[in-house]
Design a protein around this ligand. Structure first.
Ligand SMILES: [Fe+2]
Ligand SMILES: [Fe+2]
Length: 144
């Protein structure tokens, strides 16, 4: 089981990734080119807004726990290739979802069920981001 201090540190790491994802999505939305990407550009601009919201929720949680929210930003990635950009975004989403799934149990192990719930709501949105990107890339697995 981790300490509250370690949870704060992990949440700050999540926060650096939310900032990065937001910036990356904004930049990718302007770099994606070609008619088939019009729909996904709208989607990822929505994702950018969601990541902005997630960053605010995380700063509130960190502050509530007695920590100081970071201003550090995780490295961003970009490409001149459409699919490569979408894969970069997708990999960040997988990483974010994996992180939140760990964070939910870490918070709940400390008895912080309200925070666990807030993190669960964020995780659900990351899952939807993954579905949007997998659909755009044509790799969404359908199990009829
Ligand atoms: Fe997010
Ligand atoms: Fe996301």
């Amino acid at each position: 089981m981790i300490s509250k201090k370690e949870l704060i540190s992990n949440l700050n790491s999540d926060l650096t990734k939310e900032y990065a994802a937001m910036i990356q999505y904004i930049q990718h939305s302007s770099m994606l080119h070609g008619g088939e990407y019009v729909e996904v550009i709208d989607k990822i601009l929505e994702h950018a807004k969601d990541e902005h919201e997630h960053a605010i929720i995380l700063t509130d949680i960190i502050q509530y726990l007695g920590g100081i929210p970071t201003v550090e930003v995780y490295p961003r990635q970009t490409s001149l290739d459409n699919r490569e950009m979408l894969y970069q975004d997708l990999n960040y989403e997988y990483d974010a979802l994996n992180g939140y799934n760990q964070r939910i149990s870490q918070a709940e192990n400390l008895g912080l069920f309200d925070i666990g719930q807030k993190l669960r709501n964020i995780a659900l949105e990351e899952e939807n981001h993954i579905i949007d990107l997998e659909k755009a890339l044509g790799i969404l697995k359908i199990d009829p």
